[in-house]
Ligand binder design. Sequence first.
Ligand SMILES: Cc1ncc(COP(=O)(O)O)c(C=O)c1O
Length: 373
Amino acid sequence: MTDFSERVESISISGIRKVFESASADAINLGIGQPDFPTPTNARQAAVDAVESGRADAYTGNKGIPELREAIAAKHARDNDLDVDPDDVIATAGGSEALHIAMEAHVDEGDEVIIPDPGFVAYQNLTYLAGGEPVPVGLRDDLTLDPADVEAAITDDTAVFIVNSPGNPTGAVNPEADMREFARIADEHDVLCITDEVYERIVYEGEHRSPMEFAETDNVVLVNACSKAYSMTGWRLGWVTGSTRRIERMLRVHQYVQACASAPAQYAAAEALSGPQEPVGEMVEQFEARRDVLVDALRDMGLDVPSPQGAFYVMPEVPEGWVDEVLSRDVVVVPGDAFGAQGEGYARISYAASMDDIEAAIDVMREATAAVR
Ligand SMILES: Cc1ncc(COP(=O)(O)O)c(C=O)c1O
């Protein structure tokens, strides 16, 4: 009998999924990692038009349709002051595929990949799938990744380090000085920085900057997606950009695992990125109001929590048994250790839910806090 590969046996279904599966159908879900807003109408319409005209029937070029890659390049010029050649962009099936092909193209058997801990669940598992060894690095008290800790973790075997700001599960945003440091580290140590910027547009304080702006070598690869900014998680549309030689290597993987991103989604994304940007601002305003209510309430319960500057998650330190008490009262939150060993003793709470649900969940969290004290 054929055994399963060691690689697949080294990974498992995400702890987040397990929490969902154990929750009852009418639970309030603050475990979710997607905005609770509709995709902007103009983006939806662009997909409808492409489908109805037959333009979305066939494979597109492997990298994606030129309109989309031009819209992505224009977006990087507008938002990030980055000069990106549309030919150095691959449209992918979400940020997830972009991360996957970036890892496959750069990680060899036994290579080390430095990842934030707690960090997005895919980093560790994609590292294993690429044959690498994850090296988790803990976070500062404000839950940002410290470039000095990344630098200290670099060895001769390090191939990649991953930066994710605004961060999942923390909502923390690295300031410009950190991004400059990440770029310097990538340059000086000749290791690749994969910067995962899928929450880029959801920032309340400070400003999103990219290590790619500051790097002097091509040792930065940037991953982004329409998923969070335009509430397009179901469309599965992301992208990766980097130097021509890196894109060419990632394209080799993309060509065989994906061929091309979904054509209707590519038309929708081109419109989302180049059309009116007001829906993003309106969504971020609502997230900010919810964040404030939630953070105030958690602090009022006596929980220690830095106010997140971006994304739509808060990550308080919680007393032992708190997550189980909350889950048993039909509010879904995710235990911090689903994101890495250093997440133990924390919980990730998503506020991509209505204010009514957040307020009802706050009452439940108060009860749970009282129950474990
Ligand atoms: C930090 C981070 N990166 C990447 C992704 C993947 O995004 P996508 O849905 O575009 O594949 C997510 C999704 O939750 C995420 O939180």
